[in-house]
Write a protein that binds this ligand. Structure first.
Ligand SMILES: C[S@@+](CC[C@H](N)C(=O)[O-])C[C@H]1O[C@@H](n2cnc3c(N)ncnc32)[C@H](O)[C@@H]1O
Length: 293
């Protein structure tokens, strides 16, 4: 890695240029945008503050914090871990190393559920809730709905609870520790639900090593590793769907590239009817929606 610049005695504008050079040299795709975001984080305030403070000198404390942030990002630590927040469905979500950073692809799942679900006074189950982004985005849209988020990670659930509280959704969102591979895991869920949503770990184990450093070194492995063919979680959950869902209940899964057909087959094998396979903005089929008879 290149030597990091020392931002002592630099103006905001000078530091911004230096940050762009370091991030570019580290091979990041959007060095200008990321430099602005990290400077804004250092200064406090939004990205517009970087422009208005252009000619102001950084304090020593700001220079030190900026150097730390730039070093972390150059080492491919996700931006969301450095800023501690990521926007999803236009809502701010707290993110920590215990949670998968919400992805824009996952917004496709929200769109699919809103298109096919009736809304109203429904109960939603979110399996593998992580930051709680799927459940909380849906509760934000459906103001009378209630929901339960399940995860094996107590740390992730603590983040999901904080997110629910910060979004004023804590009264309608319940976060429950559980492992869908273990017998009796659903005992305290009060099933059946009207809607089940799930973005499970779906990367085939053998592909984890080839992922970007930002992902494989910093995102929780339990959020990524879907077993030998990536489909372990789908098999485990789909065989339990009939007891988790009400008659006519809806299920929506996010799927990895090329997995939609196999997940649709697994759903049909247990008697569900496929309602839609929905592509993300890049044209990749990302979501399978099905209904209980
Ligand atoms: C791909 S992440 C999805 C996180 C979040 N729902 C999202 O879409 O950003 C999968 C989540 O499932 C959780 N998980 C993995 N295996 C699980 C299991 N057997 N039982 C419950 N949760 C599990 C992980 O801890 C992780 O938070």
């Amino acid at each position: 890695m290149n030597a990091l610049p020392n931002f002592e005695n630099q103006t905001v504008g000078e530091a911004q240029q230096a940050c762009v050079s370091v991030l570019k040299a580290a091979g990041l795709d959007a060095p200008v945008l990321e430099a602005r975001l990290l400077l804004a984080l250092t200064l406090g305030g939004g990205p517009e503050r970087v422009l208005s403070a252009r000619d102001e000198p950084l304090t020593s404390d700001q220079a030190e914090r900026l150097a730390d942030a730039i070093e972390r990002r150059s080492n491919r630590e996700p931006l969301s871990h450095i800023t501690g927040v990521r926007e999803f469905w236009s809502l701010p979500f707290i993110v920590t190393p215990a949670t998968l950073t919400p992805r824009p692809d996952t917004e496709t799942l929200i769109e699919a559920v809103l298109d096919h679900g009736a809304g109203g006074d429904v109960r939603i189950l979110d399996l593998g809730t992580g930051t709680g982004c799927i459940l909380l985005a849906l509760l934000h849209e459906w103001s009378e709905a209630q929901g339960t988020g399940v995860d094996t990670s107590a740390e992730a659930l603590a983040v999901a609870r904080d997110n629910a509280a910060a979004l004023n959704l804590g009264g309608r969102a319940h976060m429950v520790e559980g492992d869908w591979t273990q017998p009796g895991w659903d005992r305290n869920l009060n099933a059946p639900f009207d809607v089940v949503v799930c973005n499970p770990p779906y990367i085939p184990s053998g592909d984890i090593d080839g992922l970007e450093r930002d992902v494989k070194e910093y995102e929780p492995l339990r959020a990524l590793d879907g077993g030998m063919d990536g489909l372990d979680a789908y098999r485990a959950i789909i065989r339990q769907l009939k007891k988790l869902l009400k008659p006519r209940g809806l299920v929506a899964f996010e799927v990895g590239i090329g997995q939609a057909g196999e997940v649709a087959n697994l759903l049909q094998d247990v008697g569900l009817v496929i309602l839609a396979q929905r592509a993300d903005l890049g044209g990749v089929v990302r979501v399978v929606v099905a209904q209980c008879p």
